[in-house]
Design a protein around this ligand. Structure first.
Ligand SMILES: [Zn+2]
Length: 295
């Protein structure tokens, strides 16, 4: 374990967080505004907040587990009762853009405007000031951490360079906590399929998906890591998948010394125990290789 990384509380061997990105229509509309014309695509997305989130909340209650829900502002505007129910039942609500914007290529002012719009909606709809951020599609700009620090965020969960939370430089004189993610722990690759929009066409068996995720959880448990599962209610909230997720949560929570909690609580533990600050290296393209005699 490096000095940049978290130390777990006494009696804790590893941590697990179940996170839900409540993208609903927003991720489809951000990908292609023309998808708004497709009633069936929109219904596939609205299944998340309308049908799946209530089921997932009951499953979490059954295990006494609190989870982290990343909610785009547009989702909160369309489904205020669903978003308020998430908060009222004790879960964490975190920031996930306004319309699930792809931030790549946005300059600082444009990205800050999106951050502020999301913050305003979460405050107005659910009375929430989020401390956590997850970039839509896990796509951050190099300047994003500085903006997060300026707006008082405590952690990000969009990067892929660790097995444990760590403290890093967001800007001169400002740090953040990163809680890393992993594409193998995202349900999109297992379940997403809509003709003409997304997915490979293969919809995996929930036993295969949750079997793979349990193996990751057991390995994080072995090495003192932080298991962060990313699920989308419109995908993982379908009956068979929700049933398998219910079983998975039970198995992960039963691992001895596994701390199952929200990302916000994990981040605070990192703030109080990381003893050094990591700085990400932004690579620069080296000069092209030239054959002898070339200018
Ligand atoms: Zn998302």
């Amino acid at each position: 374990m490096s000095e940049f990384e978290i130390t777990w509380p006494s009696g804790v061997r590893a941590a697990a967080a179940f996170t839900f990105d409540v993208d609903a229509e927003s991720c489809a509309l951000a990908h292609d505004p023309a998808l708004a014309r497709r009633t069936s695509v929109m219904s596939h997305q609205s299944y998340g907040p309308r049908v799946a989130v209530p089921r997932i909340l009951d499953i979490l209650d059954g295990h006494g587990v609190r989870a982290t829900f990343f909610v785009p502002g547009y989702t909160a505007e369309l489904y205020p009762d669903t978003v308020r129910a998430i908060a009222e039942r004790g879960h964490e609500i975190a920031h996930h853009g306004y319309l699930h914007e792809n931030m790549l290529g946005l300059d600082e002012a444009e990205e800050l405007a999106v951050l502020d719009r999301g913050l305003d909606v979460l405050r107005d709809v659910a009375g929430v000031v989020p401390t956590g951020y997850r970039a839509p599609w896990w796509e951050m700009n190099w300047h994003t951490p500085k903006l997060l620090a300026e707006r008082g965020f405590r952690y990000d969960s969009s990067l892929l360079d660790g097995d444990r939370p760590y403290r890093f430089t967001a800007a001169a004189g400002a740090d953040l906590i990163e809680i890393p993610v992993d594409w193998a722990l995202d349900d999109w690759e297992q379940y997403a399929f809509f003709p003409g929009w997304t997915g490979s066409g293969v919809i995996e068996d929930p036993d295969k998906a949750t079997g793979m995720w349990y193996r990751e959880a057991a390995a994080h448990h072995r090495w003192g890591g932080c298991f962060v599962l990313t699920n989308h209610p419109f995908l993982s909230g379908r009956p068979g998948r929700a049933h398998a997720l219910d079983e998975l949560i039970g198995r992960v929570a039963a691992l001895e010394g596994m701390w199952v909690t929200t990302l916000a609580e994990i981040a605070e533990q990192a703030w109080s125990t990381c003893t050094a600050t990591f700085t990400h290296l932004r690579p620069e393209m080296p000069a092209p290789t030239r054959a002898p005699g070339q200018p």
